[in-house]
Every structure is written in C-alpha cells, then in structure tokens.
Design a protein around this ligand. Structure first.
Ligand code: ZN
Length: 192
C-alpha cells in the first residue's frame, strides 16, 4: 500500500498531462471510420473557440456516422482539404463526435482564417430548425473542456459570423448564445 499510492499518483499525473486522455462524452474518430492524412504545415495552436451550424436541415433518422465519413471524402476530393472542416461535431441528439484533430487548423468556404480556432459545429440549420436542449448541453461540455484545456478566455468564444460574412450559426443558435443562460455560462468559465 505504501508503494502503490505514490505509483498511483505518478500514473494519475501522467494521464492528466497527456493530450490523448479519452473523454467519456466523446465519440472518437476511429469510431466513425475516419482515416488520417495529416498535413504537418496545417498545425496550429488554439486561441479561439468558434461556433457553427451545419447549415443544412439534419433529419433525426440520418446516420451521423455515414454522414461524417461522406463529409470526410467530400472534403478531401472536392475541396482538397486535409479532413472534415470542424474539430467537434454535435448531432441532433447531442452526441459529440471528434472531427479533425484539434492540433490541425480547420477549413472554411468563407473569408476568414481559421488558424488558431477550435471549430465546433452543431448539426442542423438554425435559420429554420430549433436548437435542441441536448445540443446546448453538449455545446457547453465541449466549450468548457476546450476553454479550460487551452486557456481560451470568454472574449474569444464567438461564432462564425463574428469573423466572416455568413448567416452561420443561424438565427436560433445566435439567439440562444445571446441569452442570460449562455452569458452566465461564459462568466462562470471566466471566474473558475
Ligand atoms: Zn460556420
């Protein structure tokens, strides 16, 4: 027991400092059949958290695993991107999928430079669809995790339309992000 305790502390220290600790809420890339083709020149350091919507109506019965696999193929073949454009994808049920590896900058069809941005997308078109409670909860989970891990201040947690000419993240998600609920959440992050 006398030996085990220090060993256990060293082990816990090691797993808490490595970046590859599995999050129990995260569906990892390997689980949706992702393949890697990492481009070293795309490496970046996270300074911002930027929120998006998928921009297309996402029906409940649509298979997210297949959707991500297809999005990855399209990103590479049609756009010449390294991977899916976003780092975290939240589906309509609030499940959180790992997208592009976080250490590699994302991609965009609009005019802003996503270098330094951790990109989170909520599936749906929030010009028309409602943001579900489970999506909001998951958005908080990912945002809190990233803000603490990467020391991103609340002032750098924004949305796509704060940087580019776009409707993204859609009317209803923008409305939610302007509520006291979200603002309180950001203030609480700041004071922790
Ligand atoms: Zn966007």
């Amino acid at each position: 027991m006398k030996l085990i305790t220090p060993l256990l502390s060293v082990f816990l220290f090691l797993i808490s400092t490595t970046q590859t600790v599995a999050q129990d809420w995260l569906i990892e890339r390997s689980e949706w059949g992702s393949t890697d083709s990492l481009v070293e020149s795309n490496r970046h350091t996270i300074e911002y958290i930027t929120i998006h919507h998928g921009g297309e109506i996402f029906e409940d019965e649509k298979n997210v695993y297949t959707y991500l696999k297809n999005l990855q193929s399209w990103s590479r073949s049609a756009r010449g991107w390294m991977d899916v454009p976003y780092h975290y994808i939240i589906d309509r049920q609030g499940r959180i999928f790992e997208g592009r590896p976080l250490d590699y900058r994302g991609d965009t069809n609009t005019a802003y430079d996503p270098t330094g941005h951790a990109l989170i997308v909520l599936l749906g078109n929030f010009e028309e669809q409602e943001v579900r409670e489970k999506q909001k909860e998951s958005l908080k989970t990912v945002t809190e995790y990233l803000a603490k891990w990467k020391s991103v201040p609340a002032s750098k947690i924004k949305t796509h339309k704060d940087y580019a000419e776009t409707l993204c993240p859609g009317k209803k998600l923008s409305e939610y992000l302007a509520t006291n609920e979200w603002q309180t959440f950001l203030n609480d992050l700041e004071s922790q």
